[in-house]
Design a protein. Structure first.
Length: 342
């Protein structure tokens, strides 16, 4: 009976903030079902500790009108209901549940903008199930964080690419494979996959070389990045690629004419690989001089592109070239041949 007192207090606080009684009851039933499904994998103390963390969090989301989303389920709701399975399979004890849950909800909020939250949670739960008994209780939170980074990158969070490649080499290989949706690959083949992808951001073992393979008679366009702001893209003016920001071709320096200040430019960092794209404004530091549109370092200049449009910028790094055109709000990602040519 004493166990219900803090839950009743949390429910009363949610009601005081305007939460609907029916919505609160429905949320509690969902949390109860998620806990029951994970119950056999939890010891009783761990289950109680997890419930003490989940119930107030669920009621708080209802009070914030964040329990249900346009599709019937908010990202935070999905994360909270996945938490019992995650903690059960990774062996986290009840005392660590609040911290792990807080990390999970925080990561969900950040991932919403750049990744696929349902796919991330599915991969993360699969990885936690695979890790299973290999995770000691005291190391479970750190293992979950590393698997979360790997699964988030695979689910579109390209900003985490370098961290994910490092984490995938540290965690148990079978768990990393589950987080990457590469089941039964094995440690040796996983190492080869990570090495190959590190050298070519648009390579992946399922045969995909990026999204939106394009037209044109020359080398294949493996992706088109960006887009017009009026249609949901980042740019109000056509972009101009200036050069690479890394050696393997996953980060690019891009400029656009400022829409409100003639003669001025906005600078953008474009991160892209086979799993995702991120575009954001940035200010280059003094160690990165302003460039007029070059070819990058380490490869020969690309040949003329196969499109009938003025090329305003082209740059290459690793096995990849990026081209910008005068009449397009998209950047073309093109694979280079063995000589570093289009």
């Amino acid at each position: 009976m004493a166990r219900r007192e803090p839950w009743n207090a949390a429910a009363a606080a949610a009601r005081a903030r305007g939460a609907d009684r029916t919505a609160l009851a429905a949320a509690l039933r969902e949390v109860g079902a998620a806990l029951a499904d994970a119950g056999p994998a939890h010891g009783s103390p761990a289950l109680v500790g997890l419930a003490d963390a989940l119930v107030p969090a669920a009621l708080d989301l209802v009070a914030q009108r964040r329990w249900s989303g346009p599709g019937g389920s908010s990202a935070q709701r999905r994360a909270l209901l996945a938490a019992p399975a995650l903690l059960a399979h990774c062996g986290a004890d009840g005392g660590r549940s609040p911290g792990v849950l807080s990390d999970l909800l925080s990561a969900t909020g950040r991932l919403q903008r750049w990744g696929d939250v349902p796919a991330w949670l599915e991969r993360l739960v699969a990885a936690a199930m695979t890790a299973g008994a290999a995770a000691a209780a005291d190391s479970a939170p750190d293992l979950l964080r590393q698997l979360g980074v790997v699964a988030a990158w695979r689910s579109g969070a390209v900003r985490l690419r370098r961290a994910a490649l490092a984490s995938a080499r540290r965690v148990p290989a079978d768990a990393a494979c589950a987080a990457l949706s590469l089941p039964e690959l094995g440690a040796e083949r996983l190492a080869l996959v990570l090495e190959e992808h590190a050298a070519d951001p648009w390579w992946w073992p399922d045969g995909g070389r990026g999204r939106g393979a394009g037209d044109g008679p020359g080398r294949p366009v493996v992706a088109r990045l960006g887009g017009f702001r009026g249609f949901g893209g980042p740019w109000a003016r056509p972009p101009r690629v200036l050069g690479p920001l890394d050696r393997d071709g996953a980060a690019w320096d891009v400029a656009t004419a400022h829409p409100d200040h003639p003669g001025a430019e906005e600078r953008w960092r474009v991160l892209a690989d086979v799993h995702g794209v991120a575009v954001h404004r940035w200010s280059p530091g003094p160690d990165l001089p302003v460039r007029s549109g070059g070819t990058g370092a380490g490869t020969a200049p690309p040949e003329a592109p196969p499109w009938d449009d003025e090329v305003t910028g082209r740059a290459s790094a690793g096995r990849t070239a990026v081209l910008s055109r005068a009449h397009s709000h998209l950047l073309d990602v093109v694979l280079l041949d063995a000589r570093g040519l289009l």
